[in-house]
Design a protein around this ligand. Sequence first.
Ligand SMILES: C[S@@+](CC[C@H](N)C(=O)[O-])C[C@H]1O[C@@H](n2cnc3c(N)ncnc32)[C@H](O)[C@@H]1O
Ligand code: SF4
Length: 357
Amino acid sequence: MVTSSKISSTFAAMLMKIRSIVSNLFTSVLMLVSGSRAQQTLFTTRTSPPKTHSKEEKEISDSQLTTPSSVNYHFTRQCNYKCGFCFHTAKTSFVLPIDEAKKGLLLLKQAGMEKINFSGGEPFVHQKGDFLGLLVKYCKDELKLASVSIVSNGSLIKETWFQKYGDYLDILAISCDSFDEETNKAIGRSQGRKSHLDNLHKVRNWCREYKVAFKINSVVNTFNVEEDMSERISVLNPVRWKVFQCLLIEGENAGENSLREAEKFVISDQQFQDFLDRHKSIKCLVPESNQKMKDSYLILDEYMRFLDCREGRKDPSKSILDVGVEEAIKFSGFDEKMFRIRGGKYVWSKAEMKLEW
Ligand SMILES: C[S@@+](CC[C@H](N)C(=O)[O-])C[C@H]1O[C@@H](n2cnc3c(N)ncnc32)[C@H](O)[C@@H]1O
Ligand code: SF4
């Protein structure tokens, strides 16, 4: 005799199957209609015909979309800059003790992490960069991660930091939204009278000297949307130039209880596309529209909680230190397919990059 629990489990299995088919169909349609570079990369690296499932796609469904292969750890929210559009603001001053942070990183490694990116806030603020340096060293030296990277505004980095920790770092991304100092100031990407651009160039040279791959991040917004940065980017010659469309996150830079009001920075999809078209000669440009950016990052906050951005705000999971990675990641809102589509998986270890030092 068929019990009601058997019927409901069969029904649940059917539902799961239908969900998986619909999800695969959706991804295929997305990949067909969009012509982004990241998607082209995905197509050109295929070895089998497009109709069958690629090895990559199979790997995604096998792992049920929950492997934390690439993680962004925003261990501090403190910052010395005041960018008006910032979507990760100084809502707390909390930073985990270093042993707790290392414990969490070990858990992530055991769950499949291959790449860690340290971000913030400004990651060089806490303990003048030593907290960050020790975590970078731990991730490369002890956890043996393929890739260890940092995103920074560049203003607090000293040469001594490279001397102590440069060997353990694969990629350093410096954020720069304009090559006009006045525009940087108007955005808030500055501190006092210090020149953001002088720092950018200084750090670029140290990256060369200490053999760290240099990357640039830019946020396209109403203040720089008409700028042509091609020439200056070509001279700096980063391994990657990430170009983001300014994103609003409720509770961070929009809505009630937010520390920033970024509405005046927001640009349309067409304006973003025009900016990309103007810079099409830059081969290392990697565009990230709002749609691509929103759910395609695994974000850990200062308590090591995953942040789910699906509802346009940052909803925290429980901490991986309390419930483990497998449980917490269920509430991360992470879309691993979109991660692949945006080109999230690339050659990310400096040992494998063919860099001209
Ligand atoms: C939150 S910041 C933290 C790291 C560091 N303080 C910096 O500015 O590079 C990480 C990255 O997010 C970008 N970002 C900040 N607010 C953004 C927004 N509203 N939309 C898109 N990107 C944003 C920054 O420009 C930076 O490249
Ligand atoms: S985007 Fe600007 S304000 Fe926000 S953390 Fe980075 S440097 Fe600080």
